[in-house]
Write a protein that binds this ligand. Structure first.
Ligand code: SF4
Length: 386
């Protein structure tokens, strides 16, 4: 049986039908045109962000709406019309819906607001620094869509706010003063919600610091707002040799619109890597992870990380046991190309850094050497070096 064939992909006839029906409903309701739809500013201005609005398009019950209203008072929600139109409302476990529409499970307060201790790893400005040679600048709290599993949901607040120039300047001064820093990740929120001019100012300053060798941006726009990516942005990223780190969590997010955005970046020479999050009921399935990474590979996105979910407050319903992640990694062995295998990592609590997780039963040692188990369960030996 071909299990992978059962995984919904963004290019399938079924997905395109859902998208087109939902999209038409939204366009009619907002009296908008195809040009509006493809305009990322229109998408941002028309985000679906309250329970009453959801009722216009969905068959949610009054009770569900009331719960969504309650949750959104604690944790804001907003969905771009584009991402919203990918939802299969007939499937209660639709991965797009579970990632974007608040669920009653978020009222469970278990978990921590800042499990990675980011607030305590802030030496200056809006920096998070966990390693000697690389750090993050948070340039905005805004995102096109507020993922229900977000590790930084404590920063989202009730309104979008870009980091002030004062904090950006302080952050850049800190980097200038610390020669060990060779890599800077500009992120948020979603870094690509800054204008091209704002981004250029930041990249320009950073690129003049001799010891900064690598620039990256963190963005989920490829999945949630692909219309943000255009030639002008791609040329800008290429000019400063900025790599893109993105987040696709399920193959149904990899749509023709998303791939057009990827093509625009890659065709201009911008490297795009995926940092997937392992999420219960969304992708904690070996065939789903395999298919999603194969789709990414096919469309020239490098599968980079598979993050174990963090212990974030009100997101415990997405938690997965590490044994499940290891089982998935073991499954990928030999069944897909090495290029489709991300590194599975656990982020140590308290900001102590990433720990790669590998299925250990593949290798054991005895008094003479190592015993390996291949992906087909064949046993082979390799003696210690004499
Ligand atoms: S795009 Fe990233 S920062 Fe924004 S809500 Fe989603 S996971 Fe959080």
């Amino acid at each position: 049986m071909n299990h992978k064939a059962n995984i919904r992909i963004g290019f399938s006839e079924f997905s395109r039908k859902i998208y087109s029906e939902n999209k038409n409903k939204v366009l009619n309701e907002l009296n908008a045109s195809e040009n509006d739809w493809n305009d990322y500013k229109w998408q941002l201005k028309n985000r679906i962000s309250d329970a009453e609005e959801l009722l216009k398009y969905t068959n949610l019950t009054r009770e569900e709406c009331e719960n969504i209203r309650k949750i959104s008072e604690k944790y804001r929600f907003a969905i771009t019309p584009y991402y919203f139109s990918l939802i299969d409302f007939d499937n209660p476990k639709c991965p797009i819906k579970l990632q974007s529409v608040p669920s009653v499970e978020e009222l469970d307060d278990k978990g921590q607001l800042d499990p990675m201790n980011e607030e305590q790893s802030n030496p200056s400005g809006k920096i998070t620094r966990r390693y000697p040679n690389k750090l993050i600048i948070n340039v905005t709290n805004a995102c096109p869509m507020y993922c229900r599993h977000c590790q930084r949901r404590r920063l989202i607040g009730n309104f979008d706010k870009n980091t002030s120039k004062k904090y950006i300047d302080e952050s850049i001064d800190f980097i200038r003063d610390h020669e060990t820093i060779r890599e800077v990740l500009v992120t948020g929120g979603d870094a690509l919600l800054l204008s091209n001019n704002q981004l250029e100012n930041i990249f320009n300053e950073l690129s003049q610091i001799d010891h900064v060798e690598v620039l990256r941006v963190g963005t989920r726009t490829l999945a949630t707002l692909p219309f943000r990516i255009d030639d002008e942005l791609a040329v800008l990223l290429r000019k400063y040799k900025v790599n893109v780190s993105t987040q696709f969590n399920h193959a149904c997010e990899i749509t023709p619109e998303a791939v057009k955005a990827v093509d625009t970046l890659v065709d201009h020479g911008v490297l795009v890597r995926n940092q997937m999050v392992l999420l219960h009921n969304i992708n904690d399935n070996k065939y789903c992870i395999q298919k999603t990474n194969e789709e990414l590979h096919k469309y020239r996105v490098i599968p980079y990380y598979l993050f174990h979910p963090k212990d974030v407050k009100s997101t415990q319903h997405f938690d997965v046991d590490i044994s499940k992640g290891l089982e998935i990694m073991k499954h990928l062995e030999g069944r897909t190309s090495g290029m489709c295998k991300p590194t599975y990592v656990y982020n140590s609590p308290g900001g102590l850094g990433k720990v790669p997780l590998v299925p250990m039963e593949n290798i054991v040692s005895d008094e003479n050497g190592y015993v390996f188990t291949t992906w087909e369960n064949k046993i082979i030996r390799k003696d210690f070096k004499k």
